[in-house]
Design a protein around this ligand. Sequence first.
Ligand code: NAP
Length: 261
Amino acid sequence: MSPDIHNASFKALGIKARYESIRISKENLLEGVRTLTDKGFKGFNVTIPHKVEMVQIVDEIDPLAKKIGAINTVGVENGKLIGYNTDGPGFLKGLQQFYKQDLLKANVLIIGAGGAARAIVMTLVSNGVSRLTVANRTIEKASNLFVNCEQKGQALTINEAEACLEQFDLIINTTPIGMEPNKDKMPILLENAKQKTYVCDIIYNPLQTNLLTKALEKGCHVQNGVPMFVYQAAMSFEYWTGRKPDLEKMTEIVNTRLLQK
Ligand code: NAP
């Protein structure tokens, strides 16, 4: 969906540019990046599996992207590659529209300990959120998330987190459980969650995961992964063009595309 939302935004703002998807293999990353700059690209997004490797390739790196240890956006400025991470800040912008309490006081549970979880944890910590727990299938990965992190948090197994779920004000799923082929599964059982808990799933396909359906049945507030997706894209767009895209239009394009599926 990224080409759709970026190209629609270029058109709406009268910017003569085009966003396209290019496949670059792991072995040819450096050569692929050189080709992009030679061809005059103003910037690019970086996706799995290149986000971590890109840290070694750029000339300069934004401090938050350095802390996260992964880059999803590169700007080409005067021949130099500048690396950013908009996944974490994009998530936070979406969260700020959704979470109506004081985020600095929130007791937050993050499920999953992969790349997206790392971006979210580092961004929350950088913005003063201090009560963080990570629950993951592989507990070592949850503990590792707090290595080199200025704020230490708690690492739990999924079962341990389920047993004390009533403690948390905000629950964020960052695992792919809820997407195909695990569409009907739950990343965590919500039996012990408080009624007004905020439950956020960063999955956007499907728009409403099983976790969000169960959370609604329990009287929780819910948000899907569309705001994160749209905000991370909008922030990349701003780095490349210095212009703000129409967020509502971007959201409409994404929702329309996903409802057609
Ligand atoms: P990742 O680095 O591969 O991490 C996946 C995490 O989920 C790991 O902690 C893994 O546990 C856990 N997991 C995977 N399959 C599992 C299973 N069957 N049972 C239990 N745990 C499982 O992936 P990622 O890059 O963080 O992305 C995760 C999800 O976020 C994807 O669904 C992706 O589409 C979504 N995402 C959304 C946005 C957005 O803009 N909304 C942006 C980025 C990512 P182990 O550590 O035990 O392997």
